[in-house]
Design a protein around this ligand. Structure first.
Ligand code: NSS
Length: 434
């Protein structure tokens, strides 16, 4: 038996006899010669069967090779730059065996509606586009980990079951927690990485976060992955510098290592190639004026909505950072701006091409009394924040951090219209299965 190989290894095995296992995508036969296109997750491969050269049993199965039949093919690897599959090779088959039949695969090459595809998400994942998106997501996540590892950050895993509200009281998933009352699914790991930053200096957490958002926009999931660095002694400006270096790094990695996938997705990579620092930085107050100048109805004090973000981001050729938002529309933990106490030392990063906010970050309130006042003013239960206030009691420190949403970032890099295709099994207001 020849050794079993993955399709992506075949380009280095020209002339060799190998076995490949995979799933049938399409078949075409002239009666004497048959072409079977296979996929195995690592690539696509055309297998060529000649009636004269394969055993009769193998030739006899050709008609049964329906879409998604799993098979094992044996044959010789041949260089062929034009072969469908794109790996520069095809397989001259010497034998073929069906491993698992597949009758009436529901997703055919014809067009299907989005609702139908999401009901069949477990099977839709096999399609070329979805495989390409999954591989870009994988690269984004690996790049995130490499970026922080290379810069000496320590990964700290924060809890998913939490006792304190991290962001907004309005979007909590709650569950009963034994005799201790309610536990909330984490909206953020931030409060915990703040504690860890005082222990380790530069840290990040990276995990799923949960928001009971009833919004039906193309930018919202109820479960999404967020990476949250937190750095002792960084102020708001250092925080923005870290963000632009970070986003530029992740984008550059995808351009370098996921060319084939971005091509599969027909992504115009020119806008991505422009994502090099420095990114423009503009204050919220200036943004309000800019938006008014562009004809939007926007008054000082209101948070930016999706439409305003899109309109603003269109004015720039790379991501833009908006800083110093009004205190009233932002979370309790953000540090008040000493130069204008109506605002806080925060920023959002807006992606270009209409993708909107991908990062929210801030310098944290490090003054015990001010933080206490904010917690009280927001009506948050004081007893849940005793430990968080302690960080301001025992050697308080300037510190900043941010959160980047993985699915929004993947959707933008892939150029796909909706965030729900950026994760294998999305969770939204309407989606709990599969
Ligand atoms: O709410 S954020 O703006 N900020 C935080 O959670 C901070 N605690 C982060 C920090 O400073 N450590 O969310 C951050 C990002 C936001 O910019 C989006 O990219 C993403 O998280 N995000 C979402 N993605 C998908 N769906 C939903 N619902 C969602 N909410 C936020």
């Amino acid at each position: 038996m020849p050794a079993t190989q993955r399709i992506d290894a075949l380009a280095g095995l020209i002339g060799r006899t190998v076995a490949v296992r995979g799933w049938v995508m399409t078949t075409r036969s002239s009666g004497k010669i048959a072409f079977v296109v296979l996929r195995d997750g690592t690539g696509y491969l055309q297998a060529v069967l000649s009636k004269k050269e394969v055993p009769a049993a193998a030739w006899g199965t050709v008609g049964a090779l329906t879409q998604e039949t799993s098979v094992e093919v044996t044959g010789t690897v041949r260089a062929d730059s034009r072969a469908p599959g794109g790996g520069g090779v095809e397989l001259q088959v010497t034998d073929l065996r069906i491993l698992g039949a597949s009758a009436d695969f529901p997703i055919t090459p014809k067009e299907h509606g989005t609702a139908f595809l999401f009901e069949h998400r477990h099977l839709w994942l096999r399609s070329r586009r979805q495989v390409a998106i999954a591989r870009v997501r994988h690269e984004v996540i690996q790049a995130i980990r490499d970026f922080f590892y290379e810069r000496g950050f320590v990964l700290v895993d924060t809890p998913i079951l939490t006792g304190a509200i991290g962001e907004h009281a309005g979007t909590l998933f709650a569950t009963d927690y034994f005799d201790l009352g309610k536990a909330y699914l984490a909206q953020t790991g931030q409060l915990y990485v703040e504690a860890a930053a005082a222990a380790l200096g530069k840290v990040y957490c990276f995990g799923p976060t949960f928001r009971a958002e009833k919004s039906k926009t193309r930018r919202h999931l109820t479960e999404f992955w967020m990476v949250e660095p937190e750095v002792a002694w960084n102020d708001c400006n250092d925080n923005m510098t870290l963000q632009e270096e970070f986003v530029a790094y992740v984008v550059a990695r995808c351009l370098e290592r996921r060319k084939a996938e971005l091509a599969e997705l027909q992504r115009d990579t020119a806008p991505l190639a422009r994502c090099v620092p420095p990114f423009p930085r503009i204050s919220y107050t200036d943004v309000v004026e800019t938006l008014k100048g562009l004809g939007a109805t926007m008054e000082w004090g209101r948070d930016l909505g999706g439409d305003e973000e899109t309109l603003l981001a269109k004015q720039y050729d790379r991501p833009v950072m908006v800083f110093n938002y009004p205190k009233a529309v932002k979370a309790f933990y953000m540090k008040e701006n000493p130069a204008d106490p109506r605002t806080v030392l925060n920023n959002d990063m807006l992606a270009p091409e209409g993708y909107g906010e991908i990062i929210g970050g801030s310098q944290r309130e490090d003054d015990y009394d001010r933080l206490l006042a904010r917690i009280k003013a927001e009506g948050l239960p004081l007893e849940a924040y005793g430990w968080y206030l302690d960080l301001r009691k025992y050697g308080t420190f300037v510190h900043s951090g941010f959160g980047l949403g993985v699915e929004r970032t993947v959707a933008w890099i892939c150029g796909i219209p909706h965030i729900r295709e950026a994760i294998a099994f999305p969770r939204t207001l309407y989606k709990l299965w599969p």
